[in-house]
Each structure stands twice: as C-alpha cells, then as structure tokens.
Design a protein around this ligand. Structure first.
Ligand SMILES: [Zn+2]
Length: 318
C-alpha cells in the first residue's frame, strides 16, 4: 500500500499552485492522508495500524476492526459532498487573506451556495481552533500581556453613543456576554477566549497563562488580586494617560492584536452572534500565530488540524 507521501508538496506559494496541483479527488485525498498521518496511517475507528488499501487507492480497510474508511473519516471533511479541491482552495483563501473572507465572497470564488460557504468556513474555523487551548502561555521570564475587549472596541474606553452603535450592529452581543479576553506572549503566541457568563477573567488568566510568567495589564481592578499569583505583575495606568513606561510596561501588543481582530469582525463579517464568536476568535488567533509562516505551510497546518467533526446540526444548535 502506498499513499505517495514522498511526492507530496509541503506547501503552496500561491492560489494558482493549489488549483493546479489538485487535479482530481484522489490527489486531494492522498494529500489529506499524508498530512493527517505522515506515512503512519491509523484506523479512525479503533486506532489500529494494520491498514490495507483497496485498489482504487481511496478506500482503506482496518485489519483489526474490519471497518472501511477514507481519508475524510474523522475529519471536518467527513460527510461533505464538496470536492476536496474546493475545500483546499477555501482553506488557502481563509488563511492567506489578512482579514479573512466572507461566506458570500467564498461562495462566489469557489462556486458553492452562500449557505455551503458559511458552513465550510465554520468547519475550517473549527480546525483552526484545535489544540489551541492545550498549553498555558508564558513561563519563567516571559512577559504575557492580557486585556479584555468586546468586538468593536474596548468598552471602558467607549462613549455611550459608540456602545449603542456596537450593540445595534452586533445583534445579541452585549457588554456582559461578549467580552473577549486576550493573552499574548510578546513576539510569541496569542489566545483569545470569550468570557462565558459563568467564567471570570481571574479564572481564565490562571488557566491560560503560566503563573511563573510576568503578567502585564492595565490598572483594571479585576487584575489586582490575581496578579499577585504571578512572578511579577506589571501595571500600566491608562487612566493617568500612561501607555508605556521604561519601554517594558505596556499592553500595546495585545491592543494591536485586538485591533486586527476588530478589523476582521467589522470589515469582513459585519455581524457576529455570541454563539459563534469563539470560532472567529480562533480564526483571528490562528492568523496571528502563523504570521511568520508562508501561505502553503498555513494550508498544510490547517489540514493537519482537521481531525474532528462539526456537523451542521451541532453548528446551528450550539
Ligand atoms: Zn479499526
């Protein structure tokens, strides 16, 4: 059995290369298999490694549990009738566009309905979020900035007029429900987490940031007590018009990342409901965290993270 892993290109440097490479479904499935398993195929039903390939080169059979499968089983692509070429093109478009892509635009670009485009984008976002919350950020000697926003800007800095505009523009979002906490290592990795009604910023901080880190926040009282749990807590007092002190005390990195997030939401998606907000957070964080990668590596990394399913029913009932 062979999946031709040696011939797999690891990256694509342009959209045209993606389109030209994936000439047929078999080639797409070979690529998916290679990205998922890197030559060591395991049965998605039982994890068994004794796997046989049928002569079509697409279907596999497990020697242990005797079940059949294709490369798509157990991934975001399972059950989809959309040709894989369109999926990979969509992944390229989502991950290479600086602010993302709307379902309307995607639908036109790859010739699917808007509803299909919307569902595809959500499945891709599901993949982008895989594994992103597993490890806390920071560590000894690492500065981690944290701040909170709501889509559209920081509530505490907003005029009442602006708050009202945002509430009206983002149906369902209000100041309490849709706060997003952000955590960022300087010149490193970012995480965004939507603060659920039963969660506090304090709990999330110790969940997402290693307490041996140096924590950097503004002077909001929510950080005062929890800040003591960290190796050091640096505070910059925006209320006294202080933004950078000694070149170290600032929260400019997280604020810059929030502004990219806002531009994605306002510029591309226009209206985001609370129930899907975390998915958009994952998309924005993925784009930030892969900012130094080339386009092709972003595609292959997304495909590697495609394990797991998100059904339409689960998506709309969340
Ligand atoms: Zn099996």
């Amino acid at each position: 059995m062979s999946t031709n892993t040696n011939q797999m290109p690891q990256d694509f440097n342009s959209l045209i290369e993606v389109i030209e490479y994936f000439t047929d479904e078999k080639k797409c499935l070979d690529y998916l298999m290679a990205q998922r398993f890197d030559g060591a195929i395991a049965c998605p039903h039982c994890g068994g490694s004794k796997v046989y390939c049928f002569s079509d080169g697409i279907r596999f059979k497990c020697g242990s549990c005797r079940q059949q499968f294709t490369a798509k089983v157990g991934t975001i692509f399972e059950g989809s009738k959309i040709p894989m070429k369109k999926w990979f093109t969509a992944i390229y478009l989502v991950t290479s566009h600086k602010k993302g892509i709307s379902s309307h635009q995607l639908a036109r670009d790859i010739k699917v309905t808007q509803k299909t485009g919307w569902f595809m984008l959500h499945r891709i976002r599901f993949a982008l979020g895989q594994g992103s919350f597993d490890m806390p950020l920071g560590g000894e000697g690492v500065i981690v900035e944290s701040d909170t926003t709501i889509t559209g800007g920081k509530v505490k800095n907003m005029s009442n007029k602006k708050r009202k505009e945002i509430r009206e523009g983002f149906r369902g979002i209000n100041d309490n429900k849709a706060s997003v906490a952000g955590y960022i290592e300087r010149s490193g990795t970012i995480k965004f987490d939507v603060i659920a009604p039963n969660e506090s910023e304090k709990e999330l901080l110790t969940k997402h940031v290693d307490t041996t880190s140096v924590l950097m926040t503004d002077s909001a009282t929510t950080y005062t007590t929890v800040g003591k749990e960290f190796a050091h807590h640096g505070i910059v007092d925006h209320s006294k018009s202080e933004y950078v002190r000694d070149n170290v005390y600032h929260t400019n990195t997280i604020e810059g990342a929030f502004s990219l997030f806002d531009r994605m939401i306002i510029g591309i998606y226009h209206s985001v409901s609370v129930k899907h907000l975390q998915a958009y957070c994952n998309e924005s964080a993925y784009r930030y965290n892969t900012r130094k990668m080339n386009e092709g590596n972003r595609v292959s990394l997304t495909v590697q993270k495609s394990n797991g399913r998100l059904t339409y029913k689960a998506l709309i009932s969340k």
